[in-house]
Structure formats: structure tokens, C-alpha cells
Write a protein that binds this ligand. Structure first.
Ligand SMILES: [Zn+2]
Length: 422
């Protein structure tokens, strides 16, 4: 596709200029700012250091809740969950009253930037680590040769009809990685480098998994090895002339007590003890079939009440140590830009003075047997801070950056002189 420098594409009320070079947005899952800051300081990310000498480093904020799907969809629609509707992995379906996963694209209410650009003639490449995100990210793409969308997890199952590509493992030169591995993310980066050369996308999105970040704290050997690996691919993407914007979907913090036990308030047990079973329902939007990382424990919950007054239940929850925010639905959705019809009567955010508190439902419902390391997780205000890295100088950036500004930055805020010099 030839460059269309004068064309502007409008998606969800935001205007995107045609990028001045192939635009690669990387969502480094769970990448608390300290991970790259420490790895770079230790000399483990020489390419990032070079990129930063020619580009910019900022800290910005994720959308709330600071979970994976709400933020991936915010990044690719350019708008918060109130607009795109994806407020977690899991919800009570307002139509059926049933608890269901939110992976189905039917839950996505807004078009993606990819669909908008493809309709305007752009070539689009989307690679995600876990397959659960693929259908949401790829909604609206047409696989007519101008788009590819696949996951590392199911790379060997990609077909031209469903993914716009086949023989992905041959292209990447790697076998399908284990779903619980650093290689699942490495495959995403390796595919990005190959696609940039062979497929020549105008817009590319690379979204990793936070398996490593759940296990390893910033500066630890396991984390540093991951970022050293990532750095090699950053160098290749940068050297190929792409505009590269790196963000994260959310940060990641220790969620355990000094003895290593998870710092949990089991909210359903607490409320059942006061009101009896069935009078309230605690929903954890982090609930996920892949629970080895976090045992479905995060710092955000929503509560439905069936009898007890909302104010009364809010008072009970507020009394718990480590609870940061308790708001009724309307106010909570306004503050956190959430869709009101998909949230319960009460919005709860935990953290506490050390950011460690997570929310569970009932103790018996959380299988923590897969947690081999002390719990690290996300979901709260304490995991909203994320890095925003651009390999060019920018112009006209807003003062408060959000991770869902990533595509706008790459399209609209690259200083002209920075592209000419690159
Ligand atoms: Zn994530």
C-alpha cells in the first residue's frame, strides 16, 4: 500500500493521520515501569537505551480496571471501556443474568482502529500471545490479503480464512510455545520482525502475555532475562525504520504479606457471613481460564446486591482494611469510565498502604495450588501507571498520557523533523 500522507482516519470520535512510517504499537503485558527502567539501567537493554536517546520516555495511565482485556481493547479502540464495553474477562450478562466470559467479540461495542484503517486502504498485522484476545482484537478485519491476525498460542492453526495467514511457525522460525512461558511473548516479537519485512503492514499491534511479570519482580533475574530478550527485537523493529510505540496494559505489584501468603479479603465470604448466601454476588472481572498466574485474585471487584441496601453493603466493605475505593455504580462508572450496564451495584478497588490487597470471592473457590511464587497481580489504582516509550521525538502530546493514546501518538504526535532524520 502506498503512503497516503494526507489521509485522516476517524475512529470512535478520534482522528488519526496516516502514519509517516510503518507504525508498530507494542503492548508489553503487565510491564510495570520499573521493569524496563531497571533492566536498562543495568545495561541489559542497549537498544532501548539507543531508542530513548533518539526518542522519548513517559509514564502514563492505564484504563481501569487495570486488567488485560479492558486495556488491550482501550489501546486498539483509542477509548476507555465506557465506549468499547470490555470491562473485564468476566461479567454477569445483563440480558440473561448468567455469569459468562467476555471473550466473545459480541461484547465489543466500538470499532477498532485497525478496522478503520483497513477500510481506508491500510495493511494491518495483529499478533497476540494468548488466543483469548485474538477475536476481540481482530473484530471487523477482513482477511482479503491486507490483514493478518493470529496468536502465538495457536500459531500452528492459523488459516487464510480466519487469520489471513498460514504456516506461521515457518515464517517465525519457532515452534508453538507453551502457554505458560516467556517464549509465548518472544514468539509475538519474532513474528512482528518477520511481518514487518515480509507483510509490510502500515499498522502493527504486538500484544504479549504477563506470565513473567506475574512471577518475577522488576530487577529480578527472571524479569531481566525477559527484557533483554525483548530488547533484541526492539532493536530490529527500530532498525527497520518503523515508528515504535511501547505501552503496557497495566502495571504489576506484589500482592502478598511478608510471609509470602496472598493478602486477600474474601469478600463473598464476608458478605455471606453477614447477609446469608444469595443476598449479594461478588464478581471478579479478572476471572480467567488461565489462572496459574494469579489464582483469579486481583485488586478490583464489582458487587451486586439482592435485598440488602447498596449503602449498607458499601459501609461493610469500606470497613475492610486495604480497600481503597467503594463507589455505587453510577459514580464508579463515571470516575473509572466504565459501562454502567455491565457493572454491579458497587465498584470496589483494593490495594491499601502497600498496594498488596487483592479481592477474592469465597476462599473455597480460588485454586491457589498453581501459585508457586508469592502472588503478584493487578487491577487496582496502584497498577495504573505504565511506561509510554516512542522511538521518535514527539510534538503536541497531551500532559496526561493514557495507554490508549498509543496509536494517536504514533499517527499524530511524531515530530516532522524526527521522521526526516530517521
Ligand atoms: Zn495484562
Amino acid at each position: 500500500m502506498q503512503k497516503k500522507p494526507d489521509q485522516t482516519v476517524s475512529v470512535n470520535g478520534r482522528a488519526y493521520a496516516w502514519p509517516q512510517a510503518p507504525l508498530v504499537v507494542i503492548c508489553c503485558d503487565g510491564s510495570e515501569p520499573a521493569y524496563m527502567e531497571i533492566a536498562a539501567r543495568k545495561g541489559l537493554m542497549p537498544n532501548l537505551t539507543k531508542i530513548l536517546a533518539e526518542g522519548e520516555y513517559h509514564r502514563g495511565l492505564s484504563a481501569m480496571p487495570s486488567f488485560t482485556n479492558p486495556n488491550n481493547l482501550s489501546i486498539v479502540t483509542g477509548r476507555p471501556p465506557a465506549v468499547h464495553g470490555i470491562c473485564g474477562n468476566y461479567l454477569i450478562d445483563p440480558d440473561s443474568g448468567q455469569e459468562v466470559m467476555m471473550n466473545d467479540p459480541k461484547w465489543l461495542r466500538a470499532p477498532t482502529i485497525f478496522a478503520g484503517f483497513q477500510a481506508a486502504g491500510a495493511r494491518i498485522a495483529v499478533v497476540t500471545a494468548k488466543d483469548k484476545l485474538r477475536l476481540l482484537l481482530g473484530k471487523g478485519l477482513i482477511f482479503d490479503g491486507s490483514a493478518v491476525c493470529f496468536s502465538s498460542e495457536k500459531a500452528d492453526q492459523a488459516t487464510p480464512a480466519a487469520n489471513g495467514i498460514t504456516d506461521v511457525c515457518d515464517l517465525v522460525g519457532m515452534p508453538v510455545p507453551n502457554v505458560y512461558s516467556a517464549e509465548l511473548s518472544q514468539f509475538v516479537f519474532a513474528a512482528g520482525v518477520k511481518l514487518l519485512q515480509s507483510f509490510k503492514p502500515d499498522l502493527m499491534y504486538l500484544s504479549t502475555t504477563d506470565y513473567i511479570q506475574h512471577k518475577f519482580a522488576p530487577g529480578s533475574a527472571g524479569a531481566n532475562a525477559f527484557y533483554a530478550m525483548m530488547d533484541r527485537y526492539l532493536g530490529e523493529l527500530d532498525a527497520a525504520g518503523a515508528i515504535v510505540v511501547i505501552v503496557a496494559d497495566h502495571g504489576m505489584k506484589d500482592k502478598h504479606l511478608p510471609d509470602g501468603e496472598p493478602d486477600v479479603v474474601y469478600l463473598q465470604d464476608l458478605l455471606d457471613g453477614i447477609y446469608g448466601a444469595g443476598k449479594t454476588k461478588v464478581i471478579l472481572p479478572i476471572t480467567d481460564p488461565y489462572v496459574v498466574h494469579h489464582g483469579a485474585l486481583g485488586s478490583f471487584a464489582t458487587v451486586y446486591t439482592y435485598g440488602p441496601s447498596v449503602q449498607e453493603v458499601m459501609t461493610v466493605i469500606k470497613r475492610q482494611p486495604g480497600i481503597d475505593v467503594v463507589l455505587e455504580r453510577t459514580e464508579g462508572c463515571k470516575r473509572f469510565e466504565l459501562p454502567e450496564d455491565r457493572m454491579g451495584d458497587i465498584v470496589v478497588v483494593s490495594g491499601g498502604p502497600y498496594a498488596t490487597k487483592v479481592i477474592g470471592t469465597s476462599r473455597s473457590k480460588h485454586d491457589l495450588s498453581g501459585l508457586n511464587e508469592p502472588l503478584r497481580s493487578h487491577g487496582g489504582l496502584s497498577e495504573q501507571e505504565i511506561p509510554i516509550i516512542i522511538n521518535r521525538k514527539t510534538a503536541g502530546l497531551p500532559a496526561q498520557l493514557r495507554n490508549f493514546d498509543a496509536f494517536a501518538i504514533g499517527c499524530n504526535n511524531i515530530a516532522k523533523a524526527a521522521v526526516a532524520a530517521a
